[in-house]
Every structure is written in structure tokens, then in C-alpha cells.
Design a protein around this ligand. Sequence first.
Ligand SMILES: CC(C)(COP(=O)(O)OP(=O)(O)OC[C@H]1O[C@@H](n2cnc3c(N)ncnc32)[C@H](O)[C@@H]1OP(=O)(O)O)[C@@H](O)C(=O)NCCC(=O)NCCSC(=O)C[C@H](O)C(=O)O
Ligand code: MG
Length: 283
Amino acid sequence: MLTRPFRSVLYIPGSKPRAIEKARGLPVDAIIFDLEDAVSPEEKAAARDTLADELAKGGFGSRFKLVRINGLETEWGADDARAAATMQTDAVLVPKVESASYLSEVAALTDEARLWAMMETPRGILHAASIAAYPLLDGFVMGTNDLAKELRSRTTPDRLAMLPALGHCLLAARAEGIAIVDGVYNAFKDDEGLAAECRQGRDMGFDGKTLIHPAQVAIANAEFGPSEADLDLARRQIEAYEAAKAGGQGVAVVDGRIVENLHVDTARSLLAQAEAIEAIAKG
Ligand SMILES: CC(C)(COP(=O)(O)OP(=O)(O)OC[C@H]1O[C@@H](n2cnc3c(N)ncnc32)[C@H](O)[C@@H]1OP(=O)(O)O)[C@@H](O)C(=O)NCCC(=O)NCCSC(=O)C[C@H](O)C(=O)O
Ligand SMILES: [Mg+2]
């Protein structure tokens, strides 16, 4: 399990300094400063400069920072990539990635910056394993809006049409040990719907959720973070297993369920994640 939390990953249009300012005080684990879909063509060049200035000013604490560039096939992509490489960011997020060779083209412009990939086209999903294995790549972000458009699917509460792609990308991400964050929930005033979708993503194994509005942050943090009950169970599992081991046993029982070394690994990771969350909260 990753130690750095990615429970809440908020998109902020690079063209909106007021929203960027707001993010400096939001309890998000990561921010995607967007130059792609959230920014109109007329604003794209100016947004690039705004973003460079705002990132240079800093003030984002330990929040992980990603800059989403436009695709290289657009008139802005190459300039975005070169500019992003000079910005105070932790990684460059590349949209509509369909192959590892496309990431190489981006890397040639970004001076070996760390990369993340948007997984949002059928071809990209089919190539998830080789994309995840790209040496500079540290994470996947699911682009469920673009994917739904490409699949011509309908959005349903159970996300039936998305499940094959979500599961396939999860397998690829976990095989390579990179992070993976679920897609956005568009109805940003529907808290219950968001919580349910977060729970589904968490149950599948996602590290967190991409968000479009500050009101979604607390819900994602709560759903993807370990609860007090989770932490209590983890501590009791470790204690029981250590006691069993000291007595020459390889298996303990807690709350009527077996605890073996693999469960203890998960329990320790959970405690480490809680510590990392606490460290971020302290700034
Ligand atoms: C969805 C919005 C257009 C709503 O905007 P608005 O009506 O202005 O919201 P509020 O009035 O409720 O805003 C209240 C305050 O919060 C600030 N705010 C709003 N959104 C953000 C944000 N994302 N980050 C930080 N701060 C934000 C406002 O400035 C208000 O502040 P204040 O004035 O000080 O009170 C809007 O939320 C928005 O534009 N959201 C982002 C949309 C976006 O990024 N879209 C692209 C990403 S999604 C995507 O591309 C997915 C993927 O590629 C795929 O294919 O699936
Ligand atoms: Mg998209």
C-alpha cells in the first residue's frame, strides 16, 4: 500500500486564480492544476502563465501538485509540456494516454519530470499494462467522462459500463506499484451519490477520488481514509498476531476471523497511512 495519501485529488482550472487561492487552504491530499478541459481555448495561453506564477508563489504545503497539460496533438500541448517542466510541480499529468511511446514523446519535452497518465480512451485502457510500466510514470487518473463518451455508455449509479476499465487499470497499477485515483463525480451537489461512488471506488482498491468542487473534499477524505474502527482493528490484529507468534503459532484469531502475516502487512500499512494523513493535516 502507498504511504502518501491520495484520498482527495481536486481539479482546479488553471485559468481561475481565485480557485487556486482557495486550494491553499483546503484539506486536499493532491491538486490537479488543469490546462486541459477546464480551460477554454481562448484562455489556455494565459492560464499557463497564471499557473506558473501561482506555483512559484507556493503556499500549497505538503499537498501533491500535478499540472495537467493539453495533448501533444493540440496546438497547446508542446508548449504546455515545456512550461510544466519548469513549474514548481511534483508531476505532469498527461491526458488521453494511449501508449508508452506517447509518454516518451512527452518526456522528451518535460526534462525527465515525473509523469502521471489520464486513462480515458479505449485504446489507452487496453494498453494499461505497458503504460503503467513506463519508468517515469507514478500514477493513473481515471477519466471516466471521456471514457463514457468513447464507449457511448450511459452513466448509472452502479457504474456498470465503467467496471471493466476500472478493474483493468487497477490490475495494471497494482502490478507496477503506482498510484491510481478514480474518476470524478459530476453531480457536485449530490453528497450521498458521491459518498456511494467513493465507497465503490474504495472497495475496488482505488487510492482516492478526483474531485471538481471543494464541497466534495471532506466526503472523499472520509470515505478513503481509515476509520477509527479500521485503525482499532489493525492495532488489535498486530497485537494478537505478535502474541500468537511469540507462542509459536502462525495464525491468530480476532473478532472470529483469522489473522496471518499478510493481514498484518495490511494492518501496518493502514497505520502508516493514518500517520501520513496526520502529518499532512499538521502541514
Ligand atoms: C463546477 C464549477 C464550475 C462550479 O463553480 P461555482 O459555481 O463557481 O462554484 P461555487 O460558487 O459553489 O464555488 C464556491 C467557492 O469554491 C471555489 N471553487 C469552485 N470550484 C473550485 C475548485 N475546483 N477548486 C478550488 N476552488 C473552487 C469558488 O472559486 C468559490 O470560491 P469563493 O468565491 O472564494 O467563495 C467549479 O467548481 C469548477 O470549475 N470545477 C472544476 C471543473 C474542472 O476542473 N473540470 C475539469 C476536470 S474534470 C475532467 O476533466 C475529468 C476527466 O478528464 C474525464 O474525462 O473524466
Ligand atoms: Mg478527460
